[in-house]
Every structure is written in structure tokens, then in C-alpha cells.
Design a protein around this ligand. Structure first.
Ligand code: C2E
Ligand code: MG
Ligand code: MG
Ligand code: MG
Length: 291
């Protein structure tokens, strides 16, 4: 019956709307039921410290198994969920999954951290901190093992309430990182103002490294700045050995990228966490000089 009605809606709107708006409408409608129908799944992309070669954390990345469509990536539906406000409940679900999973994985890799992306709407939700604290209590995950990834834009639009949010999170021990660093605003005052522990260099700056001289200069400058400011820095989008070798020489960094591992299902992540550190180095081409 729902399908029938969906079709009628479709016909009704068709003459009025262009393809884009129609796509958007059907996306928003099916997104509304996705959570209750358990169509979401959290994938995890491993993060490595390049110097020690340790797998120290995972980033939670949302996937949607959309009926009749297949796996949909977040760039397609997060903006829609953000605009409709659905991101708040979806985001809470992601946080709970990620924290529970990271807590379960402590037995395999003690101290493993989990990073969760927080969009603007979520960040400005007045209940965010209370929800996070409740999830940490329920799952038993130590607050220090949870990192929230925020973009520069979210911090720049920060009002008084946002600073209070950041202060409360810091007081609780939750870590903050800046995602897609370098793509937002050039004002870097927020690096001083807010309790940030990690910068993630936007993957656009890793493109064509080391051949692209400008990108090389930018990446080296960000790494040097992070060393001075005592911030940890993670390079995203590492897709080949040349990029990895460049980073090894550039300074102390964390790395994340397809060359080391794509985002994995929870089961595949657990399998990777179960093997020994030495086995992982060989398996993931982390050995010096690559393999
Ligand atoms: P992000 O947080 O910057 O995540 C990194 C994105 O780069 C991920 O895309 C990841 O799969 C992809 N990636 C990782 N390594 C490589 C690589 O070597 N090469 C290339 N080309 N890409 C790589 P994904 O999973 O499609 O997520 C896209 C964006 O959607 C994320 O960007 C994040 O902003 C957002 N997102 C993902 N999950 C969530 C979520 O649970 N909540 C919210 N609010 N946003 C999310
Ligand atoms: Mg991220
Ligand atoms: Mg990013
Ligand atoms: Mg991004």
C-alpha cells in the first residue's frame, strides 16, 4: 500500500518537478524509514600511526543499504538528512554503534580509539553532550577513546552555545579533531580557542603527492604547524606507496586511506584487529619501503 501511495505521489509531482527535486523527495521519504528498518550499517576505516606502524583507531563511516538501490554513500544522503533534521537521530545511532563496537574491540586492541563525524546540525543540537555522555555510560567506553570529527565550517559558525558544548566535551575527556583541514576558512584562531587534539589534512591535498609541488608544500606546512602546536595530524586519502613514503619522510603523522585499508564492515574490522601487529604490517604493506 505504501508503495502504491508512493507511486501516486510520484505521478502527482512529476510534471511539477525536475529530476533533481524528485530524486531528492524520494530520497528523503525512504530515508525517513531507514533507521527503524535497520538499513544503516557503520563501516570502520583503520587509522595507523606511521612511525610506530600501530593501528591506533578507526573512523566510523555510515553506509545505507537502500532497498532496490544498494549501498549508498554518505555524501549522497547526509546533506538531505542534515536539512530535514533526521541527522540528529541517525547520528545518535551511529555514536551508539561506534562506541559499543569500540568498547567490544578493547579486548583485541587495548586503547583503540573511534572517531565519529558530527555534522553542523548535530553539533548545534542542545542535547548532544548529554546524549554522548549517556552513550559513553551505557557502552562503558572511556571518553578519551572517543573522538568527534568536526569541520572548520562548524567551528567557525560557533556561537556561545557551541563553545559551551566544546568545553563540556573537553571536561568529559572526549577528544576533538578537525576534519578536511585546509578546505574551510583561513582563519586559524579556532586552533587556539578550542580544545582540539588532532587535525586531519583534507584528502585533496594528498592528490598527486609527491609530484604536485604545491600540495607537497601545503602538506609539509600543515605537519610543521601541528608539530609546533603539539597537535596530532592525520593524512587522509593515502592511496599509494609514493604518498606513504613521502609522509614517512615528512614527519610524524597518522595515516588513513585505501592503500592501507578501505572502510570495512564491523566483522572485517574485527578480523583485522585479531591478527598480530606484525601480521598487519605485512598484510597492509606498512613495512618500510612498502611491499
Ligand atoms: P570524511 O569524514 O572526510 O571521511 C573520509 C571519506 O574518504 C570517506 O568517505 C572514506 O571512505 C573516504 N576515503 C578514505 N580513504 C580514502 C582514499 O584513500 N581515497 C579516497 N578517494 N577516499 C578515501 P565516505 O565514507 O563516503 O564518507 C564521506 C563523508 O560523509 C565523510 O567524509 C563525512 O564527512 C560524512 N560522513 C560519513 N559518515 C558519517 C556519519 O556517521 N555522520 C555524519 N554526520 N557524517 C558522516
Ligand atoms: Mg571524517
Ligand atoms: Mg575528511
Ligand atoms: Mg569529507
Amino acid at each position: 500500500f505504501a508503495k502504491e501511495r508512493g507511486k501516486n505521489t510520484y505521478q502527482f509531482f512529476l510534471p511539477e518537478m525536475n529530476g533533481r527535486a524528485l530524486n531528492r523527495l524520494t530520497l528523503e521519504t525512504s530515508l525517513r524509514h531507514a533507521l527503524e528498518r535497520e538499513e544503516f550499517e557503520v563501516y570502520y576505516q583503520p587509522q595507523f600511526d606511521l612511525a610506530s606502524k600501530r593501528l591506533f583507531g578507526v573512523e566510523a563511516l555510515l553506509r545505507w543499504h537502500r532497498p532496490d538501490v544498494g549501498i549508498v554513500n554518505p555524501t549522497e544522503f547526509i546533506p538531505v538528512a542534515e536539512e530535514s533534521g533526521q541527522i540528529v537521530s541517525i547520528g545518535e545511532w551511529v555514536l551508539r554503534q561506534a562506541c559499543a563496537q569500540a568498547q567490544a574491540w578493547q579486548a583485541l586492541v587495548p586503547g583503540l580509539t573511534v572517531s565519529v563525524n558530527i555534522s553542523s546540525r548535530q553539533f548545534h543540537d542542545s542535547q548532544l553532550v548529554d546524549r554522548i555522555l549517556e552513550i559513553l555510560r551505557q557502552t562503558g567506553l572511556a571518553p578519551e577513546l572517543l573522538t568527534l570529527e568536526l569541520t572548520e565550517g562548524v567551528l567557525m559558525e560557533s556561537s556561545g552555545t557551541a563553545s559551551t558544548t566544546l568545553e563540556r566535551l573537553e571536561a568529559a575527556g572526549v577528544k576533538l579533531s578537525i576534519d578536511d583541514f585546509g578546505t574551510g576558512y583561513s582563519s586559524m584562531g579556532y586552533l587556539k580557542r578550542f580544545p582540539i587534539s588532532t587535525l586531519k589534512i583534507d584528502q585533496g591535498f594528498m592528490r598527486e603527492v609527491p609530484a604536485d609541488r604545491d600540495n607537497v608544500a601545503i602538506v609539509m606546512a600543515i605537519i610543521a604547524m601541528c608539530q609546533s602546536l603539539k597537535l596530532y595530524v592525520i593524512a587522509e586519502g593515502v592511496e599509494n606507496m609514493a604518498q606513504l613514503e613521502f609522509l614517512r619522510k615528512a614527519g610524524p603523522v597518522g595515516v588513513q586511506g585505501f592503500y592501507l585499508s578501505r572502510p570495512l564492515t564491523a566483522d572485517a574490522t574485527a578480523a583485522l584487529l585479531q591478527i598480530t601487529h606484525e601480521e598487519r604490517i605485512t598484510l597492509l604493506a606498512l613495512a618500510d619501503g612498502g611491499t
